[in-house]
Design a protein around this ligand. Structure first.
Ligand code: ADP
Ligand code: MG
Length: 668
């Protein structure tokens, strides 16, 4: 049923919802909250610490001022809490509040804390009478990802309307549900939107995580059925070119890299096409292995394609392969295909791919779009695989192409799970870092340490090195995060020596801009890069030796480990400074885990042990495999059960037709 049938959704709203991928009632029902808001008891101003959203029980200290700046109406006042501390309050474009909020009145003000030059301001707070707030206390409100023009309250209304007129059919019968200890799907979905409490949320959340994994494994199994017969039409056994490139490298391959390369050579010359997962921790040198294989394919006159999750990374891989090609006087044409190219540039590249003149194709998912026709695609490499779904591979096969495939991942998952999640692939592991690496030195500090950190960064830069600073995280809002990065960079420009070049990078910048900044950073024209986590995946600048992460406590340890992997990629001593925004001992203890180990898997599993029951939305996961709800670390058990359930389901002759289940897997 179309969302237009829901009360309150007219043409304009429906277009906005479309932007979030919501077209049908079903989509609304499956549009899960990204978090829950709990109206906590009011805090004292002196205890705000680094909280982003707070409630303050306060008395209005002065009558509200109204100012007009451009087309903004700004209301300002000051409130005082029960302890006598005061804080400034702002509202934008809400002039009518002037008649509600009056001198000496007492309310609970709930809003976002904005920090400007040491001063805190409470922005855009909702106001409640004390009695009204009491009612709201401790109720869980869903928080949805929004688009401009739709408020969270509207979203709540739409979702509950949609739930009122929908009943969700369960594709698992009662027997299966009992056997695998799952609650009913309909109930799970209702609860995920409007849970009574954390207790009730858990089984609902587990059911939906199960479904995601179930659908994922189901598709793998289907894919495998199609694939088993794929004979190797591209048998390669000539490695002259890759041998030459290896001998010209300025390092020696590690034994692990050699072993994996051997696996690849064997596969490429085997009877059936290669399907291989290469798992290796950050910095283990996966890229060169893929490049070498691509050269051998090119030398046989065939095409290979390398797909990566971001344009930034695509650019970087392009630059590195061009460098190797130049150093070795190879004459293979390489093209870079990303979404942000002009139509004309794209068309030009399509032609080169179709004619077969381009031998090596590097890009984002744009390289597998409908319009791209390959001449002789014999080899596909997917980097940072967890960002893509299996469906991409299925799509290729539907085009009638079954090339050799490698997927590369830094996600450390135990072998038993890997076999379920990558059931159709062979697995190679690069379990060794290049020998020239020094162990990264880590420290976990509080905000007071910042001046020392800045001095340290200055020193490193004076000795020719570079630094990353990952900006404090603000709410899950790209726009605010972008502003924050810009502010932080400006602040640093004032604090650090004036001949230090500082630039920033965030997700809202244009692709060209990002590429340009990154390329200047690679050439050491930028000394300090202030960034959001857009650099988390795959970026390689070996001259960078400092990684400073603000609000480290808000990241999952797996993400921090990935961030840390951005330094220590060359021969120089590297340093990681994790700045905790809180002095909370438990949170500091969690961060300390990073000090003890460099082993991604160990870190992820320790992280889990320390997480509380309500934490599943609390700590950001790096979105492994793009499951919306499931988490490959904490859901190991669910992965195993889902694997068994799929087998049973298929054996009994069932088919999965639920549209949303299938769609849920691929994000692009
Ligand atoms: P990742 O496995 O995280 O993708 P990369 O492939 O980006 O790692 O490699 C990280 C860095 O290590 C690159 O600068 C690369 O040139 C370098 N490198 C790769 N293999 C070796 C090696 N055997 N010895 C020294 N440096 C290496
Ligand atoms: Mg990589």
């Amino acid at each position: 049923m179309n969302i237009r049938e829901i009360k309150g959704i007219g043409e304009k709203t429906s277009l906005l919802l479309n932007r979030l991928g919501i077209e049908e009632c079903d989509d609304l029902v499956r549009y899960y909250p990204r978090n829950y808001d709990i109206y906590e008891p009011p805090v004292l101003i002196r205890n705000i610490d680094n909280k982003a959203v707070v409630s303050i029980d306060g008395t209005v200290m002065k009558s509200v001022d109204m100012n007009h700046i451009k087309n903004l109406t700004i209301l300002t006042t000051v409130i005082r809490d029960q302890n006598g501390d005061t804080i400034k309050v702002n509202w934008f474009n809400m002039p009518y509040l002037k008649s509600t909020v009056k001198y000496s009145m007492r309310f609970v003000f709930r809003g976002r804390i904005k920090r400007m030059n040491q001063q805190m301001v409470l922005e855009q707070p909702e106001i409640f009478t004390l009695a009204k707030y009491e009612e709201k206390l401790n109720v869980m409100q869903p928080v949805y990802s929004l688009t401009k023009g739709i408020s969270n309250n509207q979203m709540i209304k739409f979702v509950s309307e949609a739930l009122n007129i929908t009943r969700i059919e369960d594709y698992l019968d009662e027997n299966m549900r009992k056997k695998y200890d799952l609650c009913d799907l309909d109930r799970a979905i209702r609860t995920i939107h409007f849970p009574e409490n954390f207790e009730k949320l858990k089984p609902a959340r587990n059911r939906l995580a199960f479904d995601e994994i179930f659908a994922f494994v189901y598709q793998l199994r289907k894919l495998k059925e199609k694939e088993t017969e794929a004979v190797n039409r591209y048998r390669i056994n000539n490695h002259v070119v890759s041998d030459q490139v290896i001998s010209n490298l300025d390092f020696e391959l590690t034994n692990a890299q050699k072993r994996v390369l051997n696996d690849i050579h064997r596969d490429m010359n085997g009877k059936v096409i290669m399907q291989r997962l290469i798992q290796g921790d950050v910095g283990s040198g996966k890229t060169i292995v893929a490049f070498l294989a691509m050269f051998d394919i090119a030398s046989a006159g065939l095409q290979s394609a390398l797909m990566v999750p971001t344009e930034v990374l695509a650019n970087q891989h392009y630059e590195s392969i061009m460098k190797l090609i130049a150093e070795n006087n190879l004459d293979y044409e390489v093209v870079l295909l990303t979404g942000s190219l002009s139509q004309r540039a794209k068309k030009n590249i399509y032609e080169k791919i179709e004619s077969g003149s381009a031998k090596i194709i590097i890009g984002t998912h744009a390289i597998f779009q409908e319009r791209v026709k390959y001449d002789h695609l014999a080899f596909v490499v997917i980097d940072e695989q967890h960002r893509f779904g299996v469906l991409q591979r299925a799509k290729l096969m539907d085009k009638g192409v079954t090339p050799h495939t490698i997927v590369m991942s830094a996600t450390p998952i135990p072998r038993t799970l890997a076999i379920i999640l990558y059931g159709d692939m062979d697995i190679s592991i690069i379990d060794e870092l290049p020998s020239n690496r020094l162990k990264i030195k880590n420290c976990v500090v509080t905000k007071n340490f910042r001046p020392n950190a800045y001095t340290f960064i200055e020193k490193q830069i004076q000795s020719g090195k570079q630094a990353y600073v990952i900006c404090p995280m603000v709410e899950d809002n790209d726009m605010l995060q972008a502003e924050n990065v810009v502010d932080y960079a400006n602040m640093l420009r004032e604090k650090l020596d004036s001949n230090i070049t500082i630039e920033y990078l965030h997700g809202k910048m244009k692709a060209e801009e990002k590429a340009q900044i990154l390329s200047r950073f690679e050439k050491n024209e930028i000394n300090v890069l202030v960034s959001t986590t857009v650099i988390e995946v795959g970026i390689n600048v070996p001259n960078a030796t400092v990684m400073m992460v603000e609000n480290a406590e808000r990241f999952s340890l797996a993400s921090l480990h990935q961030l840390r992997g951005r330094v220590g990629r060359g021969k120089d001593q590297s340093y990681c400074i994790f700045v905790s925004g809180t002095e909370n001992q438990d949170k500091l203890k969690r961060l300390e885990i990073l000090n003890h180990s460099n082993d991604g898997f160990y870190i992820a599993s320790e992280d889990l042990k320390l997480r509380g029951p309500g934490d599943f939305f609390g700590v950001r996961q790096s979105g492994e495999m793009q499951f919306t709800i499931a988490d490959i670390y904490s859901d190991g058990k669910i992965i195993e059960t889902a694997g068994r359930a799929v087998d049973e389901f298929l054996l009994s002759g069932h088919e999965l037709i639920d549209k949303n289940l299938n769609d849920g897997i691929v994000i692009y």
